[in-house]
Design a protein around this ligand. Structure first.
Ligand code: 4NP
Length: 154
């Protein structure tokens, strides 16, 4: 199973989700079952590591995002991923505009699918540290639900 998380810049929310899910998969012994990646709808940060604030907040909870590099989502991704998970409604709209009429990937809003509380992971880029903590809280809760779905598919 291949999962792609998508946000706007691929330096805050989706790389955090990638790092959190990869960590949880490893802990659950499912690292070989699910392949995880992330991408942005925009190309401004392609090749860059995650935002320093995202890396710092993640590191405090035991997630290492330092080796990840930003990339832009492409139409081809709809053929190679099973699940593409958007961080907010704007990301979802942009992905729908890019989505080919046929393709393997199921497209959904990450939190709507798994957490059922908020729909969107709020963009923390222009916020203070609290925004990055909230991103982690939401992503951790939704990743726990995603793991339950993965185990149900085994
Ligand atoms: P992300 O946050 O979509 O969670 O990676 C952002 C990062 C950069 C920008 C916007 C959002 N930006 O405008 O450069």
């Amino acid at each position: 199973m291949r999962v792609l998380f998508v946000c706007l810049g691929n330096i805050c929310r989706s790389p955090t989700a990638e790092g959190v899910l990869r960590h949880k998969l490893r802990e659950a012994g499912l690292a070989d079952v699910v392949e995880v990646a992330s991408a942005g709808t925009g190309d401004w940060h392609v090749g860059n590591p995650p935002d320093k604030r995202s890396q710092a907040a993640a590191k405090l909870r035991g997630y290492d995002l330092s080796t990840q590099r930003a990339q832009q989502v492409s139409r081809a991704d709809f053929a190679s991923y099973d699940l593409i998970l958007a961080m907010d409604n704007s990301n979802l709209r942009n992905l729908k505009a890019l989505q080919p009429s046929t393709g393997r990937a199921e497209l959904d809003l990450f939190l709507r699918r798994y957490a059922g509380l908020l729909d969107e992971v709020p963009d923390p880029y222009y916020d203070g540290d609290q925004g990055f903590e909230q991103v982690l809280d939401l992503i951790e809760a939704a990743c726990d639900q995603l793991l339950i779905e993965v185990k149900g598919r085994l």
